[in-house]
Design a protein around this ligand. Sequence first.
Ligand code: CO
Length: 167
Amino acid sequence: MRKLSLFAIAALLAFTACNSGTEKSETTSQDTLSEAVVPAPVEKEISITINAGDDMMYDLSEIKVKEGQTVKLTLNHTGKLPVEAMGHNWTLLAQGTIVSDFAAKAMTAKDSDYIPAGATEVIVHTKLIGGGQSDTITFSAPAKGIYEFICTFPGHVGMMKGTFYVE
Ligand code: CO
């Protein structure tokens, strides 16, 4: 008889625990729901760091920002080679740019660090840097859409390119 009542208490406790567990998870799912209904505010500024070394590669192939955001982008050259041998920049291209055509044109613009003067294809770009150097640029994200970014140093576009999404 005593054993039975202990069992009953244990069962009751288990039931209570189970019940409160259910209540808890209901509360949680309600919280999640209300968070989903109210959209999170868009951060005004986003910081992005992209690295490239002597291997002639960016460490990011995709960058995502939101329309209207201020983008603070830092390019770090993590290699050792000088700018004349392994120069890198980060150049954001306007939509509709034929990348291979633009890269061919940029190659000839050595005097302006491979950014042709007045190029309408360029939305924004960093400086051309060598090993151990960094450059930070700040710009407003362009209109929603998909853009491409490249390094305009001669011969680098094949390896150094990526996609920039404005959502
Ligand atoms: Co490069």
